[in-house]
Design a protein around this ligand. Structure first.
Ligand code: NAP
Length: 461
């Protein structure tokens, strides 16, 4: 009897589909097939790989509505956000289809005339990737596209909440002409699959997006066979509203940064630090804007969809309760709509004022539509608070003063900085974190590097 994974709609609790899971021996066979395919794929021309990636990109865009509907069903995000994600996810494929053609080596002047020194780049080998549910398409394409562009083969284990988008993406890759064993998916228990991927000698690279504890575990497991690792892990983004900020602009961008995907993004602003001189005005405008956000199932005209599952919902509720107990004031929200029996969980967009540093929400990733606001009076104090976390993924600040802006940007210990910008992520820019937020970058010219090895060839003549 085959085992299956049940996929449910987090907005309604309705059952969507059964997905067949792979036994560990079936996954082992896929790893071997991935290695066999690598021997050929890595020898194809960059132009050929580029052309196949470009076809995949075209097919994804041609199927945008179908993919978006699938994503809204299994992830819950509003349809317009799902469509945006399809375009964003496809953008990585287009970008790396071009980057495939720009993997350059170099020559080095030798110290003697009887030698020539070359540096070449080659594909790392078969790659195994594990991804989360919050961006069911983009988290896959920004790994798969550079891997395939570099000449690696690719095996993906998607999150159990959102395997359907992953499966459809792989089907479209086959339709585009990408050979079957070059890109494969597996489904099943994450921990067991993670162990198999990390211990298997034929897998040469692990690429993971997800929580920091799981990332640490995979890094430890990968150490035994010295695998390459890329880790896109958790965040705890600060958002600073400086005394020189354009408040109207800061409000608009802060709402976008905080509430996209119902606050379930790794780069979401997680704590708002507002200068005392502008706090009252900022809180007034921000609360008004947040209270206008519409909540509901993603297929309707809404801004905020459901929370992915009970575990995520319980974490949000406990952070809000802890903050309220310690004196935070609810400006809007603080209410919920959930039905444990049916299996759906909604959090009304919440603004918490008078938040203090002893509250859990100031130290843990929330992954929900809750914006805690605290104040500061000196910019160095704001920078200290912003950096006072093991995480270093994204940080935001708003100021119209360029000296102040450069000072903040240069002193924030984060991999991604949004200066007057609540949405800095772009396919042509490097995405990734410092400290416990990860290792390596995805996107940009940096994004193909983790899939390449450097080889030095010294030629005696
Ligand atoms: P998660 O619990 O770490 O799960 C992510 C993936 O890892 C899932 O496919 C999961 O599958 C698998 N997994 C869980 N335990 C595992 C183990 N021991 N070994 C191998 N695989 C394992 O993360 P999540 O809660 O789904 O996702 C949210 C987190 O991802 C947040 O912390 C967020 O900040 C982070 N994130 C980071 C980025 C970034 O680019 N930096 C982007 C998006 C999200 P199973 O459930 O089947 O085990």
């Amino acid at each position: 009897m085959t085992n299956t994974l049940k996929v449910y709609n987090p907005g309604t609790g309705d059952f969507i589909d059964d997905v067949e899971t792979d036994s560990l021996s079936a996954i082992e066979e896929k790893i071997i097939a991935s290695h066999t395919a690598f021997l050929q794929w890595s020898k194809t021309s960059a132009a050929e790989r580029s052309s196949l990636l470009r076809k995949w990109y075209d097919l994804i865009l041609a199927n945008k509505s179908e993919l978006a509907a699938l994503m809204t069903a299994e992830n819950g995000k509003p349809l317009k956000e799902a469509e945006g994600e399809v375009v964003y996810a496809a953008g990585y494929i287009e970008w790396f289809a071009e980057e495939a053609k720009r993997v350059y080596g170099r020559t080095i002047p030798a110290s003697t005339t009887d030698k020539r020194m070359l540096v070449t780049r080659e594909a790392v080998g078969p790659v195994a990737a594990i991804t989360p549910w919050n961006f069911p398409a983009a988290m896959i394409t920004r790994k798969a596209a550079p891997a395939l562009a570099a000449g690696c083969t690719f095996l993906i284990k998607p999150a159990p909440d959102t395997p359907l988008t992953a499966i459809r993406l792989v089907e479209l890759a086959y339709e585009a002409g990408i050979p079957k064993d070059v890109m494969q998916y597996v489904n099943g228990n994450g921990e067991e699959i993670g162990k198999l991927f990390t211990k298997h000698p034929l897998i040469r690279k692990i690429s993971f997006t997800g929580s920091t504890p799981v990332g640490k575990q995979l890094m430890k497991q990968s150490a035994n066979s010295i695998k390459h690792v890329s880790m896109e892990l958790g965040g705890h983004a600060p958002l600073i509203v400086d005394e020189y900020a354009d408040i109207e602009h800061a409000v608009k961008q802060s709402v976008a940064s905080k509430f996209r995907n119902a606050g379930q993004t790794c780069v979401c602003a997680n704590r708002l630090l507002v200068h005392t001189s502008v706090k009252e005005e900022f809180v007034r405008q921000f609360t008004n804007a947040v209270s206008e956000l519409r909540v509901g199932v993603g297929t309707e005209e809404v801004d905020i969809g459901p929370i992915i599952n009970k575990k995520g919902f319980d974490k949000i509720v406990s952070q809000v309760e802890d903050a309220q107990k310690k004196g935070a004031v609810v400006c809007t929200g603080g209410t919920y709509l959930s039905d444990e029996k049916k299996g759906f969980y909604f959090v009304n967009p919440t603004v918490l004022d008078q938040v203090t540093d002893d509250m859990t929400i100031m130290h843990e990733e929330t992954f929900g539509p809750v914006a805690p606001i605290t104040t500061y009076s000196d910019i160095d104090e704001a920078i200290r608070l912003a950096n006072d976390t093991p995480f270093g993924l994204a940080a935001y600040f708003f100021t119209e003063n360029y000296r102040r802006g450069l000072y903040i940007a240069e002193n924030l210990k984060y991999g991604i900085i949004g200066w007057n910008d609540g949405g800095p992520s772009a396919v042509q820019a490097p995405f990734g974190g410092m400290k416990e937020s990860g290792v390596g970058r995805e996107g940009g010219i940096e994004g193909i590097e983790p899939y390449l090895e450097t080889k030095y060839i010294s030629i005696g003549i």
